[in-house]
Design a protein around this ligand. Sequence first.
Ligand code: P6P
Length: 326
Amino acid sequence: MEKQTMNLTRFLIEEQRKYPSASGIFTELFSEIALAAKIISREVNKAGLVDILGYTGSKNVTGDEVKKLDIFANNTLKHILCRGGNAIGLASEEEEDVVQCESGKYLVVFDPLDGSSNIDVNVSIGTIFGIYNKMDDFVDKKQFRRPGRELVAAGYIIYGSSTMFVYSTGTGVHGFTLDPSVGEFILSHKNIRIPEKGKIFSINMGNYKKWDKNLQDYIDYITEEDKETKRPYSLRYIGSLVADFHRNLLYGGIFLYPADKKNPSGKLRLLYEAQPLAYIVEQAGGYASDGKTPILDKIPSEIHERTPLFIGSKENVKELEKFLNR
Ligand code: P6P
């Protein structure tokens, strides 16, 4: 019975009791994010049934085609978090500038609906978020120029065959699955640990010709036949960061989005994609880098900065780094 009734709120409260100094505001903030996740999940899951599909015909601040659900997800998170009184400021992929809220102890960064180009074909998509302690009540871009090591929590929601809420507050990674019949996230994956080494690699092979030689050599190496070192690895790539990351977190392996001739700094965003996922993967025993520097040590110079991202099982990422830094 206990297993079926351990929901996100109860789990957060029990975790909070381990830290007498905890004020409980953190738990409120997480509950606000969970509420937004349930609302977004409802819209994502019915998207095929109502005319919410299709592009708005606009581009977001970073130049990506924006779908209606992106805007819906962004506005849902912004509305709930800014009125909740716990987040003093926000940074979002869908907002050109930072968002100043009324009051609160925390800053929240998020990609409201990553992988949205997959919405029309029913591929899993996700929300990614990170939480920092505020530095000042006046929120400007400077407050977001900090290393991911200063994150106090991070997580993602994956809208797939089921909706899952996966997060860490620095004491391990825990996963909750939404039971729509009661509208609760129920603990389903306590203390997620990523395998030290995995056999999955996730990369867009269509860009092979654009990569530098060292990366091509790494891909050639892991796709060679060699029983002793359990090669070739298996390619699994769905083109939706949260879905690819979630699978590799559970099964082990490496996700790669390198810089290339088309994207000299890579495609993915440091502040609200790479850093939160790097926080999660390190909490689960994995590792993330840009090929040279740990993602959690990098400081964004501007809120929409891009970065190369290599993330997953520690041994796999370290093996790749050896090739890239030969
Ligand atoms: P490509 C989706 O548009 C996204 O931002 C990530 O979710 C995904 O990992 C990546 O882009 C896919 O990019 O260039 O392989 O289509």
